[in-house]
Design a protein around this ligand. Structure first.
Ligand code: GLY
Length: 345
C-alpha cells in the first residue's frame, strides 16, 4: 500500500495477478481521476450506474465518448434478464471489444456490470468506481462477478478481473447508515483474516488495508481453489440467515452475527480460547453491529440451510479460526451447531 503519485494523495493497492494485475486507488474524490485509468484504446465507454448513485450526484467522466446506463438499486437487479438487456443496449450503441465498461455504484451494480463485461463480446475491459463500503473492500476487488437465479444467489458468474478500481471515500458520506453497516460487517471480518493493526487506522487507510488483505489472498488463490475461501469467514450463518429470510438484516449485519457464531463454534470445537471469542465480540460490537441472533430465529431451520450453502461441496463446511488461522472445517456435529446457535440468542 503506497501513497499515489498520478492520483494525487490516493492510496494505491496493487493486485498482483501477472498479466491481469491492476491497481486499486483509495481516497476522497478519486472518481474524478477516472480518465487516467480507463484502458488505453477504448474509444467508447459504457457507464453502468444505479439510480441512487446518480441521484447523489456521483457522476464520472471517463474522458472518452460515453453513455450512461441506469439500473435500479438493490440485489434484485442481478438477473440474467438484466445482463441481456445491457448487452443489447451496448450492441445497439456499437460498443466493441476494444471499448470498456465502467460500473459506478455498490456491490449489486458491480456484480451485474462486471458479469456483463465478462460475457459481452466474450469479455471487454472493465473499471469499477466503488461508491459503497461493501463494494470498496469486497465486491470490486478480486474479479468475482455474477447474477442470481431464483434458486440462489450468484449461481451464474465468472472470474473477470477489472483493469482498475477507484474506491472514492467521499461517496461514503452519501450512504444511508444501513448501507454503511453492510460494509462494516465485511470490515470486521478482515480483523481476523490478517493481523493488520486495523483498530488503529483512520477510515481511508483502514479501507486500503482491507483491500490489501483481500488483494494478497486473491493473488495467492485467484480461482478459490483453497485459501480464498477465508474471505467467506462468517458467511455460512450469514448466508443461511439471508436464505431463510424474514430477519430484516443487512448483509453486513448477518456477517457480523456469523463472525461471532464462527468464533463460538471454534471455541466449542477446541480450536480457540474464550479470549479470542471475546475479541470477536469486541470488534463486531465496536462497529455497532449485532452479536446475537435476531429475535425468534429458527435455529434448526438455519442448521438445515448450512448444508445448502453453495460453498458446501464436502458437506457442511465452516471457515473457523484456530491455531493456524482461519481454515475450512468439515464434519462438525449438527448438534454442536444447534447448541452454539442457541448460545448466541
Ligand atoms: N467475496 C468473497 C470473494 O471475493 O472471494
Amino acid at each position: 500500500m503506497t501513497a499515489g503519485t498520478g492520483l494525487d494523495q490516493a492510496l494505491r493497492v496493487p493486485v498482483d495477478l501477472g498479466e491481469r494485475s491492476y491497481d486499486v486507488w483509495v481516497g476522497p474524490g478519486v472518481r474524478h481521476r477516472l480518465a487516467e485509468v480507463v484502458p488505453g484504446g477504448a474509444s467508447r465507454v459504457a457507464v453502468v450506474t444505479q439510480a441512487a448513485v446518480a441521484d447523489a450526484g456521483l457522476t464520472v467522466d471517463p474522458g472518452a465518448e460515453h453513455r450512461v446506463f441506469i439500473t435500479d438499486d438493490g440485489e434484485h437487479i442481478k438477473t440474467l434478464g438484466a445482463v441481456e438487456e445491457l448487452c443489447r443496449e451496448f450492441a445497439q450503441w456499437g460498443l466493441t471489444r476494444r471499448d470498456a465498461v465502467v460500473a459506478v455504484g455498490g456491490g449489486a451494480v458491480t456484480d451485474l456490470a462486471g458479469f456483463t463485461a465478462a460475457v459481452y463480446h466474450r469479455g471487454i475491459r472493465m473499471v469499477y468506481v466503488a461508491t459503497t463500503l461493501l463494494a470498496q473492500i469486497d465486491a470490486s476487488v478480486g474479479g468475482k462477478t455474477g447474477v442470481n437465479l431464483p434458486e440462489g444467489k450468484n449461481l451464474v458468474g465468472a472470474f473477470w478481473q477489472p483493469s482498475a478500481v477507484l474506491c472514492d471515500t467521499e461517496a461514503l458520506d452519501t450512504l444511508p447508515p444501513e448501507e454503511m453497516r453492510s460494509g462494516l460487517g465485511e470490515m470486521a471480518k478482515y480483523h481476523f483474516i490478517a493481523d493488520a493493526g486495523l483498530d488503529s487506522l483512520p477510515l481511508v487507510e483502514r479501507i486500503a488495508r482491507c483491500v490489501a488483505i483481500k488483494a494478497e489472498v486473491v493473488a495467492d488463490d485467484e480461482r478459490e481453489s483453497g485459501r480464498r475461501a477465508v474471505l467467506n469467514y462468517g458467511h455460512t450463518l450469514a448466508h443461511a440467515l439471508e436464505a431463510h429470510g424474514g430477519y430484516d438484516l443487512r448483509h453486513g449485519e448477518a456477517v457480523a452475527v456469523g463472525l461471532v457464531y464462527a468464533a463460538e463454534l471454534a471455541c466449542r470445537a477446541g480450536r480457540i480460547d474464550a479470549r479470542r471469542v471475546e475479541e470477536h465480540r469486541r470488534v463486531v460490537g465496536g462497529y455497532g453491529l449485532p452479536t446475537s441472533l435476531p429475535p425468534g430465529a429458527d435455529a434448526p431451520g438455519l442448521v438445515e440451510l448450512f448444508s445448502r450453502d453453495k460453498k458446501a461441496v464436502d458437506g457442511v463446511t465452516f471457515m473457523l479460526d484456530g491455531p493456524h488461522g482461519i481454515e475450512a472445517v468439515t464434519g462438525l456435529d449438527p448438534a454442536l451447531m444447534l447448541e452454539t446457535l442457541e448460545a448466541i440468542r
